[in-house]
Each structure stands twice: as structure tokens, then as C-alpha cells.
Design a protein around this ligand. Structure first.
Ligand code: SF4
Length: 283
């Protein structure tokens, strides 16, 4: 309980508050989970960099009192990669949204995973483009209503955790805004893991998604997350038929979904070797 009630004020730029997120938005929950995880890891405001793209989620970097970069749409991962290569001793956290990471930034996401750059990428997945007025994103569920899909989306969303694993990320996890302590724990585990760590946090957007999809209140959206998230060990015990039924019912596993070690050198170390070779230090 002490964890929940203590103040994390020092991690936020007081002169940038109040924030512009709507009442009941889930972004603040995920942002606080990140600072709790940073503290849990023993990282500091001086050795941690926060990089974000564009969108409601990405406004978080402006509120956080770290060295921060609010970059171009979809480009947070390449900016973060550059920081990590130039200053490998720094801890680099990327905050991104589903439009930012999985649409315009989709290729950068794939190649960040492929290179296994030592970053912690936290996706705030609210299943819609919130800031620009509620257009469908690649995470909008089948049948989901958005300003661009007023009769229900016919585009199947993809699973960003599956994609991260397939592309080479070495730590992949999922949590939700309902499971606050679990979310902090997933992010902290991702920070502790070397290589590309990807944590999908499912967060509610009552304004652009909820009110178009029969969940106008933040409480209803949180209840939906509670009722549809299944802890990974329980998910793994489901037989094939039951799992199929759960998936059709939009249920999904939360927890650590994938963890691996890759045999090659860390990306920044491999890159340093290339520099040495180019400078003729090594043949
Ligand atoms: Fe949050 Fe949605 Fe409002 Fe954006 S539009 S601040 S995601 S509730």
C-alpha cells in the first residue's frame, strides 16, 4: 500500500501541470507506472532519458522531469537508438502510442526489435488515435467504431507482442491500466532485461474510443480490462478449445509473454567494433 500512496512528485515538471489528458484517461496510470519502475530499478533522473513520439501518450515526456525528447510521429525508436549508441551508459525509455508505434512507426518498431537495441519501449495502447479526433488505429478491434469506421472496423488488428517477439525483441510483456502494480512490475522487469524490451500497456481512452463503443465511463473501460485480461499462467493452462473461445471473446493474456537471450554482441558494442574497424584499429 505504501507503494500506492507515496508521492512521486519529484519526477514531474510541476510547471507543466495540469496535464492536458481528459478526465479518466489511462495515460497517467501508465506514466506513473514508468516512474515507479524507474525508482524500483534504482535509475535516476540524471541517467535516464525518456523519448516519445506523437499522440496523447507521447505528451508524457513533457511532464516527466528527466532528459526528454518529444520527437516526430513514429520516430521515437530511431531517436532512442541514436541516444543509446552515442551514450550506452544511459537508460533509455521510449513512450509510444498504438498509432505512433504500430502504424506510421511500424517499420522502426520492427527494426528496433531486429537490432535488439537495449531500450525499454512502453506502448500505451488505447486502440484509437485519440489526439487527432478518434480515427481507427491498427489496434482498433474488429467491429470497433471510430470516426473513420462509424459502422465498425473491418480491419483485423495485429498483436504487437507477437510482432515484437517475431522480430527479435528479447523481453515482451503485457499489462493493463486496471492492473496497476502488475504494470509497474512488467515495466521494471523490462528495464532489468538487456536488449529490446517491449511492454504493451492497455489503457482506456474514454473520450475517443469509449463513448463510441458503449463504454462511456472510465470505470466501465477499466472493468472491461479487468474482465478480459487473463494472467499468463492461467492462460497457459487453457486447452485449445477454451483458448479459442477466450480469443473470440476478446480475452487476452497478461504477464511476461516472451524472454530470450540472443547470442550476438549487444548492438552498441557491435557498432563500436564497426567504428574501430573503420578507423583501422582492428583488421
Ligand atoms: Fe486520453 Fe483519449 Fe483524451 Fe487522448 S483523447 S487524452 S487518449 S482520453
Amino acid at each position: 500500500m505504501a507503494e500506492l500512496t507515496r508521492s512521486y512528485e519529484k519526477y514531474f515538471r510541476q510547471n507543466r501541470l495540469p496535464h492536458l489528458w481528459c478526465p479518466g484517461c489511462g495515460n497517467g496510470i501508465a506514466m506513473k507506472a514508468i516512474v515507479q519502475a524507474i525508482e524500483k530499478q534504482g535509475w535516476t533522473q540524471d541517467n535516464t532519458v525518456i523519448v516519445s513520439g506523437i499522440g496523447c501518450s507521447s505528451r508524457a515526456s513533457g511532464y516527466m522531469d528527466f532528459d526528454t525528447l518529444h520527437t516526430a510521429h513514429g520516430r521515437a525508436i530511431p531517436f532512442a537508438t541514436g541516444i543509446k549508441l552515442a551514450r550506452p551508459e544511459l537508460n533509455v525509455v521510449v513512450i509510444t502510442g498504438d498509432g505512433d508505434c504500430c502504424a506510421i512507426g511500424g517499420n522502426h518498431f520492427i527494426h528496433g526489435c531486429r537490432r535488439n537495441v537495449d531500450l525499454t519501449v512502453v506502448l500505451f495502447n488505447n486502440a484509437i488515435y485519440g489526439m487527432t479526433g478518434g480515427q481507427a488505429s491498427p489496434m482498433t478491434p474488429l467491429g470497433g467504431k471510430a470516426t473513420t469506421t462509424p459502422y465498425g472496423s473491418v480491419d483485423r488488428p495485429f498483436d504487437p507482442c507477437h510482432l515484437a517477439k517475431a522480430a527479435g525483441a528479447t523481453f515482451v510483456a503485457r499489462s493493463t491500466a486496471f492492473h496497476v502494480q502488475h504494470m509497474t512490475d512488467m515495466i521494471a522487469q523490462g528495464m532489468a532485461s538487456r536488449g529490446f524490451s517491449f511492454i504493451e500497456t492497455q489503457v482506456q481512452c474514454p473520450t475517443s474510443y469509449g463513448r463510441r463503443n458503449k463504454m462511456p465511463s472510465p470505470a466501465e473501460m477499466l472493468k472491461w480490462l479487468q474482465q478480459h485480461a487473463v494472467l499468463k499462467p492461467a492462460w497457459d493452462r487453457l486447452d485449445r478449445e477454451k483458448k479459442k473461445a477466450y480469443i473470440l471473446d476478446h480475452k487476452f493474456p497478461i504477464g511476461v509473454l516472451h524472454q530470450a537471450k540472443r547470442p550476438e554482441l549487444d548492438y552498441d558494442a557491435a557498432y563500436d567494433q564497426v567504428i574501430e574497424r573503420a578507423q583501422g584499429v582492428k583488421a
